[in-house]
Every structure is written in structure tokens, then in C-alpha cells.
Design a protein around this ligand. Structure first.
Ligand code: RIB
Ligand code: CA
Length: 320
């Protein structure tokens, strides 16, 4: 019985690879459901994209619940200039055969956590709006979450502004609530995830022989519209797959426990995470922050994993 997880996401190409990796790893990960949030694109589109990605993996049975359409306090900022108008530039996925499951994502998170016979891991791949709302709606869920694994924040330079990483920039108030909730956190800031660049050499493991790998290769080889200015150099940085890869292969990662704070004041540093890497604050750590990772090994293992979705595709599972 693998680790039970919920993936909260704003697909987004890197979210797509993270979701496919999780769905390809059924021995290790039991995905209880996918919840979508506004981020890379509007929540209507991130929800359609989550359905399209599940459909590609033959998982029309998987619960997908639409979540918050806007951050808690700030206006929504999206990133079509990076991910394309539909959020999945480079992928040619058909429209989903099904609609999202009824019920808001926040209620799905709360209900699933409270009903579960074992603690769950929440994988946060987008702005933290849904998770913060769930904590406000039902504070008692904090005791049912064994860990929050989050892609977000920046130890050094930001990507959407000089100061802030996109997910914490979009909803800094939600991030502040989550980081102060006392839940065990593993955090992947940009200084870690920009090591996971999908360079041509790291794509050799994907053979493109089946529909899943073909879509992944197409997505990873797409032109970088505005992305070149956001770092990553010779390829698209695979921020979100680091979250799932850490759950599967923690030996590929190194980090340290740090205090993390989020700037919520409007201004040039809004959304900035202050990551106390050298422990200068004297404050108790609230997150395990990943510093280094073996990206070459990560890409090889990801390619091996997602190949199973092509080699032995699971029969399309419909909602029973
Ligand atoms: O800053 C990178 C993060 O913002 C990734 O999760 C990407 O998908 C976007 O959500
Ligand atoms: Ca994302």
C-alpha cells in the first residue's frame, strides 16, 4: 500500500509531467485525487488540463475537483506567456471526455483527509490557495496531513519578479498560512528546481514510442517563448516533477531544515520567501528545504517510470 497523496495543481506543463509520473508510480503512490487551482492559467483551464492529462494516462476514474479561481487577497496573475494560451503549449491533448467531479476542491481535500484511515501527503504544485482555504475551513485537518510537499518560493532570485517565485507570488497570503500551520513541509524552491532542466541530454531516456512519451517529448522540446529570460538555459525547468520525484526517490535529494517566511506586503518583494538557509534568525525551522538534487538520475528514473504508461497502458478506467 503506497503513500496516499492528493495533488493540488495548476497545469502547466511541468505539472503535467508531475501528474503523469505520479500516475505511473502506482506501487509507491496512491493518488486519492487531483484538485485544481488558478495559477498558470485560469482555474477553468487548469481543470480541463488536469482532465486531459488523466485521460492521456487512461485514468478517467480519478477524482478531479476544481478549486479556487483567485488568490485569497491579491488579484490573479497567470502565466500564459510561458505556458501558452491553454496552459499546455507543446502538448496536443484532446478535449476531455468527462467533466470535473462535482464539489469544490477545498471540500474534497477536507473530506478526503477527515475520512482517510491513514494520513495523506499533499503535493502542492501551484499557488497554495486551496490548501490555505482547507486549513481555514477545517483546522483539524492539520493533524491528518503527514507532510506537505511544495514546489514554491525562492532562496535566491525569483522567476516572475526579481524577488518572488510564481506560486508564492500569486498567493503569498495562502503561502503564509500554510508555512505557519505547523504541518511537516518539504519545500522545493527555485534554487533546487532550476537544477532539473530538461536539457536535450536528459531527454534521451524518453523514447517517444507511445502516446504518453510522445506528448512529454513534444512538450519538453517546445520553443521557450518568454522562458529563456526566466532561467533554465538549455531547456524547460521541471519544477513540479521534483515534488513527486522526491516522494519516489528521496536519495536523489539533499536539503536542510530552515525557517521560511513569506512577504505579504504589496511592493517589489511581495511573494518573496525568506529562506533562513544559514539559521541566522534563531527561529525554529518550519520546512525541510531542498538544496541539491541529482537531475541526471531524476530524468532517467522519470523516463523509466512514465514509459510504463505506454508499454503496458492501464485499460481506460471509467468512473464506476
Ligand atoms: O515557478 C514555477 C511554478 O509556477 C511551477 O509550479 C509552475 O507550474 C507554476 O505553477
Ligand atoms: Ca505548477
Amino acid at each position: 500500500m503506497g503513500r496516499r497523496i492528493i495533488i493540488d495543481t495548476d497545469p502547466g506543463q511541468d505539472d503535467a509531467l508531475a501528474i503523469l509520473l505520479a500516475l505511473a508510480s502506482e506501487q509507491a503512490l496512491e493518488v486519492a485525487g487531483i484538485t485544481t487551482v488558478a495559477g498558470n492559467v485560469q482555474v477553468e483551464q487548469t481543470t480541463v488540463n488536469a482532465l486531459r492529462i488523466c485521460q492521456l494516462a487512461g485514468r478517467d476514474d480519478l477524482p478531479v475537483h476544481a478549486g479556487c479561481a483567485a488568490p485569497l487577497m491579491r488579484p490573479l496573475h497567470t502565466a500564459e506567456f510561458i505556458c501558452g494560451s491553454d496552459g499546455l503549449a507543446g502538448m496536443a491533448l484532446p478535449a476531455p471526455r468527462r467533466r470535473a467531479n462535482p464539489g469544490h476542491a477545498v471540500n474534497f481535500i477536507v473530506d478526503t483527509l477527515l475520512a482517510s484511515d491513514r494520513p495523506l501527503t499533499l503535493c502542492a504544485l501551484g499557488p497554495l490557495t486551496n490548501i490555505a482555504m482547507a486549513l481555514r475551513l477545517a483546522p483539524g485537518i492539520a493533524g491528518t496531513i503527514d507532510r506537505l510537499v511544495i514546489m514554491g518560493g525562492a532562496r535566491d532570485l525569483g522567476n516572475i519578479t526579481a524577488a518572488a517565485e510564481f506560486n508564492t507570488f500569486v498567493d503569498p497570503h495562502a503561502a503564509a498560512i500554510v508555512f505557519d500551520a505547523g504541518i511537516p513541509i518539504t519545500l522545493f524552491p527555485l534554487s533546487a528546481t532550476y537544477q532539473a532542466v530538461a536539457s536535450p541530454a536528459r531527454l534521451t531516456g524518453f523514447d517517444g514510442s507511445g502516446p504518453v512519451q510522445a506528448q512529454i517529448l513534444s512538450m519538453l522540446r517546445r520553443e521557450r517563448p518568454g522562458g529563456a529570460s526566466l532561467g533554465g538555459g538549455e531547456g524547460h525547468p521541471m519544477h513540479d516533477p521534483c515534488v513527486i520525484a522526491w516522494l519516489l526517490w528521496p536519495d536523489l535529494f539533499e536539503g536542510r531544515d530552515c525557517r521560511v517566511d513569506v512577504e505579504t506586503t504589496e511592493g517589489p518583494t511581495v511573494g518573496r520567501t525568506t529562506i533562513d538557509w544559514w539559521g541566522r534568525s534563531g527561529q525554529a525551522p518550519n520546512a525541510h528545504v531542498v538544496g541539491q538534487l541529482d537531475a541526471d538520475a531524476m530524468f532517467l528514473r522519470m523516463a523509466d517510470a512514465v514509459r510504463t504508461l505506454d508499454v503496458a497502458p492501464t485499460p481506460i478506467r471509467q468512473v464506476t
